[in-house]
Design a protein. Structure first.
Length: 131
């Protein structure tokens, strides 16, 4: 199973140097877990940079995966991961979602870099192994 962080979704939609690598988990719809917080972050960013039609098109692609909403237990687990790993709120929710489904987090967000179960790709295109 795979969870794609907002930064990786935006890379994919922008077609930047990491887009091909992020296409691996994104296009494997059967194994794609989408935390609902990533929909919020991606929609907001694309809306700000483009327009609502483009933002909705991106979200429609994201919703082909299994969208996971934030419930009470996931929120509690996210708080624990956030404190333990010093993660911002959205990142802690994304990480907690990945942990719940034993999924790999695909990202180019440095906050995840040292965590277990993360496939981190730096924004300059350098690829690192899953921790």
């Amino acid at each position: 199973m795979n969870v794609v962080d907002s930064s990786a979704w935006l890379s994919y939609f922008a077609g930047d140097e990491n887009a091909d690598a992020f296409s691996i988990p994104i296009e494997n719809i059967d194994k794609l877990i989408v935390p609902s917080i990533t929909i919020t972050e991606v929609f907001k960013c694309v809306l700000r940079q483009c327009d609502e039609d483009m933002a909705l098109e991106c979200i429609a692609h994201m919703e082909q995966g299994k969208v996971v909403s934030l419930d009470g237990m996931l929120a509690i687990n996210a708080a624990h991961y956030g404190l333990k790993h010093k993660l911002p709120l959205a990142d802690s929710i994304i990480y907690a979602t990945a942990q719940k489904f034993d999924a790999v987090v695909w990202t180019q967000d440095v906050d995840f870099k040292s965590l277990d179960g993360v496939k981190y790709l730096s924004k300059n295109g350098a690829h690192n192994k899953v921790n």
